[in-house]
Ligand binder design. Structure first.
Ligand SMILES: Nc1ncnc2c1ncn2[C@@H]1O[C@H](COP(=O)(O)OP(=O)(O)O)[C@@H](O)[C@H]1O
Ligand SMILES: [Mg+2]
Length: 393
């Protein structure tokens, strides 16, 4: 660590800029930072949006630098983060802490929040290093628990945008990535009943430990409990299922955590790494690209068909892949409904375990997922009451 302190000022969209930086360097750096979609975004102006993408980006970066210049001159009211660590651009993270981008060295440093216990930092570093076993994850360069940081390889690629009804693009880009993640470690085969029972017990434990402070949370917790009863009941219908395959899983696999170009693709943000049921990351991605909060009934029906066709296609592709040879004996990998229900259970566990949020926030975030799932499964909170009663009897 050096003794010098760098000052980063907030400009826009959680992006901070190191004040010791010439505007020309800054322009070149920001213009070339492909992972920052913020600078490529269109605006409310139709005329502006019709310009070629490279001009839109150039103008947005210029506007951003002008803001930086203004803020640097009239100092006092700026939001500032100071740090011993050097870089050009800093990004404040949603769960606290920040990332510093050093483009000359092609490195990204994650600086963990001040209030994060050292044990948790150690765990986060261990997880990121474990994730680096997957060839798509950024390489880990260096770290220090005491100094609260971890430095990874900077990957200068762009995040993709998918639409659920563009099956071809989704499959050709996402399937190879998923296959790579799935093959990182040897899959594990467990008895279905034991695995499901343990997960449900774990989930119920997490729910009972929640501390609600608002009436809304209390009522939402009831809804989550109802939803879990429904899942338990549905899973009971599959008593013939013998085994379940667990694999290396990213846990937050979505467009924003993929960086891609023609020939190469990478995956970032592995905090949620874990061992989960086979299709977890597949379903996570598919539910995220659904965006069906605003769809009408007809579109939702089409989405459902696409998802079902998608998972079958994925399964077929895997069977053609020689690397999955050892899994061919597990016939039950095509019990898609079982794996979908397990995905829901594992997802709720993940959302409830997440640190850095209060219980109220966790529930609010979880409810967004539950609503998505309710639409997909054609169930709603009203019917849970009935289910809850029938289970109690
Ligand atoms: N190794 C990396 N290379 C390039 N960009 C990265 C890298 N890690 C993170 N980023 C950029 O920083 C953003 C936030 O990082 P991420 O780890 O995804 O945190 P969050 O939990 O906030 O999503 C990403 O969306 C991406 O734009
Ligand atoms: Mg992310």
């Amino acid at each position: 660590m050096n003794n010098k302190i760098y000052k980063y000022i907030l400009i826009d969209n959680s992006i901070y800029i190191n004040t010791e930086q010439g505007v020309i360097d800054l322009f070149i750096n920001l213009y070339n930072m492909k992972p920052f979609s913020f600078f490529g975004r269109t605006t409310r102006s139709e005329v502006f949006n019709r310009l070629p993408a490279f001009i839109i980006r150039g103008l947005r970066v210029l506007q951003f630098i002008y803001e930086f210049h203004k803020k640097r001159l009239n100092g006092s009211s700026n939001r500032v983060i100071t740090s011993h660590f050097f870089g050009g651009v800093m990004l404040e993270l949603r769960q606290g802490g920040y990332k510093i981008f050093n483009l000359k060295k092609q490195e990204v440093m994650t600086v963990f929040p001040k209030q994060m216990p050292l044990l948790e930092i150690e765990e986060r570093i261990r997880t990121t290093r474990e994730a680096a076993r997957c060839s798509l994850a950024p390489k880990v360069i260096k770290w220090s628990v005491a100094e609260r940081y971890l430095t990874e390889e900077y990957i200068n690629l762009k995040s993709p945008l998918y639409s659920f009804d563009n099956r071809e693009k989704l499959c050709s880009e996402v399937f190879p990535i998923l296959e790579n993640i799935l093959l990182t470690t040897e899959p594990e085969v467990l008895p279905f009943e034991t695995y499901t029972r343990d997960k449900v017990i774990h989930l119920e434990l997490l729910i009972n430990r929640l501390q609600s402070t608002t009436n809304e949370t209390i009522s939402n917790v009831e809804k989550v409990k109802g939803f879990i009863s429904l899942l338990k009941m549905r899973l009971q219908e599959y008593s013939r299922q013998k085994e379940i395959v667990l694999t290396f899983s990213h846990g937050d696999f979505c467009e924003g955590n993929i960086l891609i170009a023609n020939q190469s693709s990478r995956v970032i943000d592995w905090n949620t790494l874990g061992s989960r049921s086979f299709y977890f990351d597949f379903y996570h991605m598919m539910f995220k690209v659904g965006r069906y909060e605003n769809m009408d009934q007809q579109e939702i029906a089409r989405y459902r068909e696409e998802l079902e066709a998608g998972v079958e296609l994925f399964y077929t592709k895997l069977r053609e892949n020689a690397n999955f040879h050892s899994l061919h004996e597990v016939n039950e990998l095509n019990s898609f409904a079982v794996y979908r229900y397990l995905f829901y259970i594992e997802l709720i566990i993940l959302k409830l375990q997440f640190t850095g949020f209060s219980d109220d926030e966790k529930i609010t975030r979880l409810m967004k997922w539950i609503r998505r799932i309710e639409v997909f499964e054609k169930v709603d909170a009203e019917s849970y009451g009935q289910i809850g009663k029938s289970i109690a009897n």
